[in-house]
Design a protein around this ligand. Structure first.
Ligand code: ZN
Length: 53
């Protein structure tokens, strides 16, 4: 089965996508590839930081 990154549209075999990040946002299942996970994580951390202010 092939999975698709919800951010950049990258496709990979499910076995290769085990390290991808999955999350549920607004009741929608999302999947992010390694590169996007890192970008997404930084964005989330950035958002968290600003919420701590
Ligand atoms: Zn991606």
């Amino acid at each position: 089965m092939t999975v698709t990154c919800d951010l950049c549209g990258l496709q990979a075999e499910e076995a290769d996508a085990l390290s991808w990040t999955t999350s549920t946002e607004h009741q929608r299942f999302r999947r992010y590839c390694d590169a996007c996970s890192r970008r997404h994580l930084r964005a989330m951390e950035g958002k968290l930081d600003s919420e701590h202010w």
